[in-house]
Ligand binder design. Structure first.
Ligand SMILES: NC(=O)c1ccc[n+]([C@@H]2O[C@H](COP(=O)([O-])OP(=O)(O)OC[C@H]3O[C@@H](n4cnc5c(N)ncnc54)[C@H](OP(=O)(O)O)[C@@H]3O)[C@@H](O)[C@H]2O)c1
Length: 365
């Protein structure tokens, strides 16, 4: 079985087999120390699940490690994105940045990354995620889409490449799409091309986003390289337990997107009474409580902010914990619903193949 053969894949083999790129040539001793550190880290994950909310890195099925806190970039203004990426990395200590071509700011994110690299941060210390957009969801378009993303980000490789949404849109599709705008999605063919990107060293890990357990099962039937990560909306207002459980059962790490409840005015988790009560009790900000809730469930979190103070505050998540009774209070927040349902992008009630949000999510609510 190759490096992605399953959750029991050994880290030491993983680092060798997947060709971890050192920032500089390391001596044998240094390399061994690093391996020992990473083994200790993964041991902590296995031995003390209660401490998982305090891990700065989480081991993936591939053997690589994902930083547990990353900077989201959706809706970052193009005038701010570059500076916030730079600030997050060089001043706040973020090592993980999440972006996508859909956000139309990859060039700005790339400039922020370049500035951070020039300031002395080794590329190997960073974990950069981007995504394959729906119009490129056919086998013949995968490689070019990745190359365009690498060009915009000014990078030679990505740490993680995700299928953004499992719907294949025709180029120039109307929004919301009509039936003729949604094309057949050759999941196996697309995945095979993504696997080739891993083999060619252009991408270290591959994964999915906005999948249901039904679609995940379909992918697992044909995957030769396991998806390392599934990125899903998750916060106390949308716990999304079903997919979290499905991923855990398959050794797939989950990244919680919109961990603060996103910026929708109809869902203000930052001012939710339970979140506010817990934050006052723990002397933390509501944002920190929401993010720590995500970490204590074993997920990584990718809060978006372009405000320097909030960027810094959002990674102050280590060395403290939400006690069990407060976790339970957060876990009992009612009115569970998605804020990023896909409705505006994919549902066309009169002319679409997807006439409701439930259809998009295979009725998994
Ligand atoms: N895979 C997918 O389909 C998908 C979908 C959605 C999102 N994502 C990824 O996940 C990231 C995060 O999700 P998101 O952007 O939807 O929402 P989010 O991170 O849950 O929330 C962002 C909003 O919260 C504000 N904020 C940040 N820190 C705060 C704090 N400590 N206190 C109060 N408000 C705070 C931000 O404003 P300021 O900037 O002014 O601080 C912004 O308005 C995205 O940026 C993107 O990278 C992926």
């Amino acid at each position: 079985m190759d490096s992605h053969g399953g959750p029991r894949f050994h880290l030491r083999e993983g680092l060798r087999a997947r060709g971890r790129r050192p920032a500089r040539v390391k001596g044998e001793e240094e390399e061994e120390e690093e391996e020992e550190e990473e083994e200790e880290m993964s041991q902590a994950l296995c031995d003390a699940p209660s401490a998982q909310g305090d891990l700065r890195y989480i081991k993936l099925v591939s053997g690589h490690s994902i930083p547990s806190v990353g900077l989201g970039t959706w809706k970052s203004a193009s005038s701010e994105a570059s500076h916030s990426v730079y600030t997050a990395i060089t001043e706040a200590g973020y090592r993980h940045v999440d972006t996508a071509p859909l956000y139309a700011i990859q060039e700005e994110v790339g400039r922020g990354l370049q500035a951070a690299l020039q300031a002395g941060i080794p590329r190997n210390d960073l974990f950069i995620t981007s995504k394959l957009w729906c119009t490129d969801l056919s086998p013949d378009r995968v490689r070019n889409a990745l190359k365009q993303t690498l060009k915009e980000l000014q990078l030679e490789y990505l740490d993680l490449y995700l299928i953004h949404w499992p719907f294949h849109l025709k180029e120039g599709a109307t929004r919301p799409p009509r039936a003729s705008d949604i094309l057949d999605f050759d999941m196996e063919g697309v995945w095979r091309e993504m696997e080739k990107l891993v083999k060619d060293g252009l991408v270290r890990d591959i994964g999915v986003s906005n999948f249901t357990s039904k679609k995940l099962n379909k992918l697992l039937q044909c995957a030769q390289i396991m998806p390392s990560v599934c990125q899903m909306e998750m916060h106390p207002g949308w716990r999304n337990d079903k997919i979290l459980e499905a991923c855990k059962n398959n050794g797939i790490h989950v990244t919680a997107y919109s961990p603060l409840g996103s910026s929708r005015s109809d869902r203000d988790l930052i001012h939710d009474p339970t979140v506010v009560t817990v934050s006052k009790k723990l002397n933390k900000t509501p944002g920190q409580v929401l993010l720590k809730w995500g970490l204590q469930r074993g997920t990584s979190v990718i809060p978006k902010s372009t405000n320097a103070d909030r960027i810094k505050g959002n990674i102050q998540l280590f060395g403290w914990a939400i006690p069990q009774e407060d976790l339970e209070a957060l876990n009992s927040i009612r009115d569970q619903r998605r804020t990023v349902s896909g409705e505006e992008t994919f549902v066309n009630k009169s002319e679409g193949p997807y006439k409701s949000v439930a259809e998009l999510w295979d009725d998994e609510v």
